[in-house]
Design a protein around this ligand. Structure first.
Ligand SMILES: [Zn+2]
Length: 314
């Protein structure tokens, strides 16, 4: 069977999701990843996947109609904000954000269809957007949409979402807080020191979902040793629930030198997370791991972290 181990979405259309040159979430983040990806020769070993536009109905599987319509409207004028003041609208923002979601859906479909065992989308993992609002540079939450659609369309019962971005994945966490089908594990800088301020250890899910969510706040300055000490809790948490699909939001803003956070991992933390989740997915008998780039505002860091994930999934 012609199956590559890893599919990678690389496309200028993905690069367009950004808030302008000079912005931390600028359109040059994609190029920074691709230059390193090619210089390591990884593009010759991976299957290159294309993005596509997510449809209105696909966006609606996670977001409210009112919110999707608001983004559509502001996309025409390019004026104003999509939230309280972090996430500005720009002309074409609807299409740029819908392509990120479509890239994530294509990558998941390539895994489910057997074209590749694992996949990664560098510009994706927009984990702050809520069902009815944007937040923290995130317009549409591709993580949330793919979690909904894997269950609605592929019939999966349990999807795991692991997040090692420096920021808490609040948009995913609160959307699925009472949903026992989403196995959630998030290592992030302690909310007392960093946006969005949520993700206390005591937040373990609600109702039928109590115990399916694991939040591990890390102290400012936490390094690879601290990461390695906490990480086994993530693997143990997932093992308990035997998820049928594993998403890794591998935000690179948890590396030392990021301009807006205070964690100090190296790219090896990201490599270790990818490697061990792939091993777990193999033990569970399906191998399905989908990496989503997430944050990361130091260009060299994101190139190192995401290519470390690529190398460990290949
Ligand atoms: Zn982040």
């Amino acid at each position: 069977m012609d199956q590559s181990n890893l599919g990678v979405v690389v496309s200028e259309r993905l690069a367009r999701y950004g808030f302008g040159d000079g912005h931390p979430f600028g359109p040059d983040r994609h190029g920074a990843f691709v230059r390193e990806f090619e210089s390591r020769g990884l593009h010759k070993r991976a299957r290159i996947l294309e993005p596509r536009d997510a449809s209105y109905d696909e966006l609606r599987s996670f977001h409210t109609a009112e919110y999707v319509d608001l983004v559509k409207e502001r996309s025409v004028t390019g004026q104003g904000f999509l939230d309280g003041g972090d996430t500005p609208a720009f002309r074409g923002v609807y299409d740029a954000a819908a392509v990120v979601v479509g890239a994530t859906l294509n990558a998941a479909a390539a895994i489910m269809g057997g074209q590749c065992r694992h996949a990664i989308v560098p510009i994706a993992g927009l984990h702050h957007a809520g069902r009815n609002h944007a937040a923290g540079f995130c317009v549409f939450n591709d993580c949330g949409v793919v979690i909904e659609l894997l269950r609605q369309q592929s019939g999966l019962k349990r999807v795991a979402y692991v997040d090692i971005d420096a920021h808490h994945g609040d948009g995913v966490f609160y959307a699925f807080e009472a949903d026992p089908g989403v196995i959630f594990a998030d290592l992030h800088e302690d909310g007392r020191y960093l946006y969005p301020g949520t993700g206390a250890r005591s937040e373990t899910g609600k109702g039928a979902a109590v115990g399916t969510k694991l939040n591990l706040p890390m102290a400012p300055g936490a390094d690879d040793t601290a990461f390695a000490a906490s990480w086994p809790q993530v693997i143990a948490h997932l093992e308990k629930f035997e998820p049928e699909f594993i998403i890794l939001q591998c935000g690179a803003d948890s590396l030392g030198g990021d301009p807006i956070t205070h964690l100090r991992y190296s790219a090896e933390a990201h490599g270790k997370a990818a490697r061990e989740l792939a091993q777990l997915a193999e033990r569970l008998g399906h191998g399905r791991v989908l990496g989503l780039g997430g944050g990361g505002y130091n260009r060299s860091n994101l190139a190192q972290a995401w290519n470390s994930v690529v190398e460990n999934l290949l």
